[in-house]
Write a new protein. Structure first.
Length: 369
């Protein structure tokens, strides 16, 4: 069992610097939770409080039915994988993996069995006699994972473990980490600023900013129903587009209006917003949520001049000027648009996002889609 609960936890450093503020979070047993956010948002501090490397200033941190605020790191039954690998350069791969077990006085036959089993699972059995300097970045990361695995901890903590790897290797290592979690059935807490890692790995994502949780949810919930403009902007590549405008009502409908652009809201959203006529809002359009063909006469549209054409592998992106705003959209690779051309793209109202302009809070995030 490894259920972790933060109850109103605050971490304050000298000089009254708040790293984490009033954190309330439950990490379920055997769950894979990713703490996601920009540098300085408090995610690594949160991880370090779980590990016992940082003290809790206020509030309570629970492991199952025990408050662990004062429990030292070596008694928390956690294993941590760092960004820097933290391998002993003078020791072999075998010795690096076995080191923690030897410090705990585990019998030699059991150490040998655990090391070899971990090496086999991570496909590094042939590397056991090498030194870290003789390994690639991906191999070093596997050794760091193996050193944590043999501990058989109740909780795995990972702090940006793939950030030093190249793009192709990061993708393959994500798959290995996900498989490792499935096989070990252990609680994983993973810190990253990489949205692709979060969306790929997590059972649930905790988005943080300025030491405060912005949203907790599954990858689909976070991406499809962001609670505010920070969350919406942090996930998505290219990021979500914003068009400022107002809510208007007329002809029996409620719509978003910016200049000549008018987008009727879907029925449920229109019912909610009918009392907000004249409210300043931001319409959020993800680049992939447009259509280039099959448009019906009543389809709301996005019309603009092509500013740039950006082919990216299997995708093609257009930069548009729409009512004075820059908008990026993804179109079919077979689409042949030219700079200066005016294009009309279809919008699916149910796929759009609406935020209050002043607060940045979503006006529709809690509605079923």
């Amino acid at each position: 069992m490894a259920r972790i609960v933060f109850k109103a936890v605050t971490k304050r450093y000298a000089g009254d610097v708040l790293a984490v503020r009033d954190l309330n979070l439950e990490i379920r047993d055997k769950e894979f939770v990713v703490l996601l956010g920009p540098s300085g948002c408090g995610k690594s501090t949160t991880l370090n409080m779980i590990a016992g490397l940082e003290e809790v200033t206020d509030g309570e941190l629970w492991f199952d039915d025990q408050v662990v605020n004062a429990l030292p790191p070596h008694r928390r039954d956690v294993a941590m994988v760092f960004q820097s690998y933290a391998l002993y350069p003078h020791k072999s791969v075998y010795e690096n993996i076995a080191f923690g077990l030897r410090m705990r006085k585990i019998p030699k036959p059991e150490i040998d069995a655990r090391v070899k089993d971990a090496a086999q699972k991570l496909a590094i059995s042939h590397l056991l006699q090498r030194r870290p300097s003789q390994l690639s970045g991906g191999q070093r990361q596997r050794v760091a994972l193996g050193r944590a695995m043999v501990r058989q901890p109740a909780v795995f903590l990972m702090d940006e473990p793939l950030s030093n790897l190249d793009a192709a290797l990061r993708i393959s290592m994500r798959a290995e980490i996900k498989h490792l979690h499935t096989e070990m059935q252990t609680t994983f807490v993973y810190v990253t600023h990489d949205q692709a890692e979060a969306l790929t790995l997590a059972d649930r994502i905790v988005v943080m900013n300025d030491g405060v949780i912005q949203q907790i949810g599954t990858p689909d919930e976070i991406y499809e129903r962001p609670r505010n403009t920070f969350v919406a902007s942090f996930l998505g590549n290219p990021p979500i587009n914003y068009l400022p405008g107002v809510i208007e009502s007329g002809d029996g409908r409620v719509a978003f209006r910016r200049g000549e652009m008018c987008v009727p809201l879907p029925p449920a959203a229109a019912t909610r917003m009918k009392g907000d006529v004249g409210r300043d809002v931001m319409l959020g359009i993800r680049p992939e949520d447009v259509a280039t063909h099959g448009l019906r006469p009543d389809t709301p549209t996005l019309r603009g001049a092509v500013d740039s054409v950006l082919p990216v592998g299997s995708d093609r992106f257009l930069g548009l000027k729409v009512e004075g705003c820059n908008v990026y959209v993804r179109v079919d690779k077979e689409s042949h648009h030219r700079e200066g051309e005016t294009v009309t793209l279809g919008l699916v109202p149910e796929r759009l996002h609406l935020f209050d302009k002043a607060s940045g809070d979503s006006l529709l995030a809690d509605m079923a889609q």
